[in-house]
Ligand binder design. Structure first.
Ligand SMILES: C[S@@+](CC[C@H](N)C(=O)[O-])C[C@H]1O[C@@H](n2cnc3c(N)ncnc32)[C@H](O)[C@@H]1O
Length: 255
């Protein structure tokens, strides 16, 4: 019983700080009229806010600035950028990489642009439409060259979309990634037919009740064989907060 007042006050405190933060962001950006319309449309996805830093910490191990003169230009394609919180946060920390955000939902574009403008990022391109089920030759309006991408990032998509999206992701990466290029996928997974802990089981049930084609993908039984058929191997699985995993995949290097 004694926990109730403290839980309640925490909830009120978090609601107030969120409202104040939003007011502050709107006020700050409304001082720059040329950016106002986009900045005010930034969406805040609380899960992205929580997981962006742990994701950055792991990606630092894989995105190493090339020590060459002149510096090698690298490109990261993000599939399903959502609000744009990840692309803007990561782009700040990996300045030598050009980020291409993409979305299937056109309504997210304004938020992605809003974050890019707010952070004044020069290494983030405007978002482009991408349906991951389409053949890779038509991605980005047919303007993505075969084997031209260094990294592909895909966060929290495979379980909230039909399995065709997972198939399209690996098939597309086998086309667009350079030999040796990396694919990063993040989310909750099943392993060898099992989902743990109980909260992930409930999450999976909730997803499937919402749409029978959704649900946690099995890393061992579904995704590793799927990736292998596309010439992509599993490199590493990192356990992440809230029972998620960040999975590192690599397209076969040139033989
Ligand atoms: C839960 S949201 C995750 C968004 C963002 N990556 C994040 O973590 O905040 C799921 C995303 O999957 C995307 N999605 C669903 N179907 C898709 C498709 N066929 N092609 C590309 N993206 C798709 C949605 O547009 C949405 O952005």
């Amino acid at each position: 019983m004694s926990l109730i007042p403290s839980k309640f006050s925490k909830l009120v405190h978090s609601m107030i700080s969120r409202i104040v933060k939003n007011l502050f962001l709107s006020f700050k950006m409304s001082s720059n009229s040329s950016e106002r319309c986009y900045i005010d449309r930034r969406q805040i996805n609380p899960a992205a806010e929580r997981n962006k830093e742990p994701i950055l910490d792991i990606l630092r191990q894989y995105m190493i600035s090339p020590q060459t003169t002149p510096p090698v230009h690298q490109v990261l394609l993000e599939i399903s950028s959502g609000s744009g919180q990840h692309v803007s946060y990561l782009a700040k920390h990996f300045q030598w990489i050009t980020f291409q955000p993409t979305e299937f939902e056109l309504s997210s574009f304004e938020s992605i642009i809003g974050y890019t403008q707010y952070e004044q990022l020069e290494n983030v391109k405007p978002p482009l439409y991408l349906d991951v089920r389409d053949p890779a030759c038509s991605w980005l309006g047919g303007n993505v060259k075969k084997e031209s991408i260094d990294y592909v990032l895909n966060i929290n998509m495979m379980h909230i979309s039909e399995y065709k999206c997972a198939e399209g992701l690996f098939a597309g990466c086998s086309e667009v990634l350079k030999p040796g290029g990396l694919l990063f996928t993040y989310g909750p997974y099943a392993f060898d037919g099992k989902i743990t802990p109980e909260s992930n089981v409930r999450f999976d049930t909730m997803l499937r009740s919402q749409d029978s084609s959704w649900g946690l993908r099995d890393l061992t039984r579904q995704l590793v064989p799927l990736a292998r058929r596309c010439g992509i191997r599993l490199v590493q699985v990192h356990a992440m907060p809230a029972n998620n995993h960040l999975v590192i995949w690599q397209k076969a290097p040139e033989s």
